[in-house]
Design a protein around this ligand. Structure first.
Ligand SMILES: [Zn+2]
Length: 323
């Protein structure tokens, strides 16, 4: 049987399961979970592996899994990935009430497509025709967010990296894989059905904590050290460096304050910031990162506060090979 006939059989088999595949994607869409917490999504994926009679391993990088579709021979192994996590977008119509998580990034469609692909290969009995194996990989935490919480997971030895793919690489789960395939939906190319290649910024993530000294904000502010003022000066210092970032390096620094104080009548002594420093090349990222740290420290210095800056590797810049 030639390649075209095999493809036609798979497509037909997938079409026949269309409703089931879309229902899986919908179930994930209305049950969005953030990275490394995708327990319900992981359970649904694993239940589907089981229904399809696939051998699999679960609990990889906390919520990830890997299922096997062996071919007639084992010359190459291709992994098809599906990302499990959602992002925080509380205004999304299907956002989770408690967490604000939503599948604004469309990962629900990816996971459904990964499972649908497996259904097509199995129903059409394609694997005995192939000289290589296929592995399904459900990947946690595509979005490197909730930096402080993930830093605690790192300190507890549960993960080493912010992102699930990095974690799976570190665990050796890609050592036996020759090629990986996945897709990501986009809203930025409305007139095109697919976009191949492109580049993406790399980044370093930072969790920043300013330590000041509590005092009554009305009665004795002179006895306190205001960590929020230190943080605001640090952020201003970052802005003062922006004119030194060069357009060609695509530097992006976009901090958020995740904790600004405790009570309104207490001088803030615990202020926390998360940020990325993104850029097109590693030298550009390192240069901007150094300036950001310098600015953050200057904020602390100005008011006599202390600052801890925890840096966590993000992703390397991506440059695709020309087609
Ligand atoms: Zn995404």
């Amino acid at each position: 049987m030639n390649k075209q006939e095999l493809k036609a059989r798979v497509i037909k088999a997938i079409d026949e399961r269309k409703d089931e595949i879309i229902a899986l994607g919908e179930e994930i869409r209305v049950n969005p979970e953030l990275g490394y917490k995708e327990h319900k999504t992981a359970a649904l994926v694993e239940a589907t592996y089981a229904k399809l009679g696939l051998e699999y391993r679960s609990g990889l990088a906390i919520t990830g899994s890997k299922a096997e579709l062996p071919g007639a021979e084992h010359k190459v192994r291709v992994a098809v990935m599906g990302e499990l996590d959602a992002v925080v977008c509380p205004e999304h119509p299907a956002a989770a009430l408690e967490t604000g998580a939503a599948h604004s990034c469309g990962h629900n469609a990816q996971v459904a497509a990964m499972l649908g692909m497996a259904m097509g290969l199995i129903d059409a009995n394609i694997m005995p025709e192939l000289a290589g194996d296929v592995a399904l990989m459900a990947v946690p935490a595509e979005e490197p967010v909730e930096i402080e919480w993930r830093q605690r997971l790192r300190e507890a030895g549960k993960i080493s990296f912010l992102g699930g793919k990095q974690e799976l690489i570190a665990l050796g789960e890609l050592d036996d894989i020759d090629m990986t395939v996945m897709f990501h939906s986009t809203s930025t190319a409305p007139n095109r059905k697919a976009v191949v290649g492109g580049t993406a910024n790399g980044f370093v993530a930072k969790f920043i904590r300013y330590h000041g000294k509590e005092a009554h904000a009305g009665g004795a502010p002179h006895l306190g050290i205001n960590a929020l003022n230190a943080a605001m000066l640090g952020l201003q210092g970052i802005h003062a460096n922006r004119e030194t970032f060069q357009d060609a390096d695509c530097i992006r620094v976009h901090p958020i304050i995740t904790k600004g104080g405790d009570l309104v009548n207490i001088v803030p002594s615990d202020v926390r910031i998360e940020t990325y420093v993104r850029g097109k090349t590693m030298p550009a990222i390192l240069d901007a990162s150094k300036k950001v740290n310098r600015a953050l420290k200057a904020g602390a210095l100005a008011v006599g506060a202390e600052v801890d800056i925890i840096e966590i590797p993000g992703f390397l810049p991506r440059v695709s090979n020309p087609l």
